[in-house]
Design a protein around this ligand. Structure first.
Ligand code: ATP
Length: 200
């Protein structure tokens, strides 16, 4: 059993997330990828966020029909703040996973930010990391290793095509009345339209 965890605000879930999950599943031989929508992410508390029920509904629609994709409500069903170290601990307990069996999937921008995460050095002992490159972010492993000793040995790269899709750009496009077709799964695009999300 090797379980991939993909945490995110998913506001909305987009093709970058899905491609990252699929390439990690395939490339690292994971048994399953668990999408973990954030309740109140500590680093994004300043931003107005779409209610969890919408973000959850969009994740459900995006992953529907994929036998190896599932969603966890672990960060929605407990009071925040939700630090990733706690999320990883809870999921490991729930699924009875060792640190080697629990793979946290993150984009290159998150890896660059890792030193600012709560208990980052501990986090890399609790799970392995799978990192997907993201345009415009070039993690400097030597620099990161100086702050988080042993990081290199805890990390695998996810070989995915670079994709410059981001949730903030999608929200801005909707606000501007522009197309987001093919940047999100079609059922997600329909959900955004039907519920008039991101219009203002
Ligand atoms: P926002 O634009 O609002 O910051 P986002 O697109 O980064 O949102 P999140 O839900 O915050 O989406 O991201 C969850 C995880 O997915 C993070 O680890 C992030 O690095 C990763 N990720 C998001 N988009 C991409 C992408 N296009 N390529 C690689 N990784 C990505």
């Amino acid at each position: 059993m090797k379980l991939g965890l993909l945490g995110g605000t998913f506001d909305p879930i987009h093709l970058g997330h899905l491609l990252m999950a699929e390439t990690a599943l395939d490339g690292l031989g994971l048994s399953q990828v668990l999408f973990v929508p954030a309740g109140a992410p500590p680093h994004k508390q300043d931003l107005a966020k779409t209610p969890a029920r919408h973000r959850v509904a969009m994740v459900e629609r995006a992953i529907a029909g994929h036998l190896c994709f599932a969603m966890s409500r672990v960060d929605l069903e407990r009071p925040g703040p939700h630090y990733t170290t706690d999320t990883v601990r809870l999921i490991r307990q729930q699924y009875e996973l060792s640190a080697e069996e629990c793979i946290l999937i993150v984009g290159g921008d998150s890896l660059v930010d890792l030193p600012t995460w709560y208990h980052a050095s501990e986090l890399v002992t609790l799970c392995r990391l799978a990192v997907a490159h993201r345009p415009e972010y070039r993690p400097d492993l030597a620099e990161l290793e100086a702050v988080i000793p042993g990081l290199r040995t805890r990390l695998d790269w996810v070989e995915m095509p670079l994709i410059g899709v981001s949730a903030s750009d999608i929200r801005a496009r909707v606000r501007a009345g522009r197309s987001i077709r093919y940047q999100v799964a079609e059922p997600v695009r329909e959900y955004i339209e039907q519920n008039q999300l991101y219009r203002s």
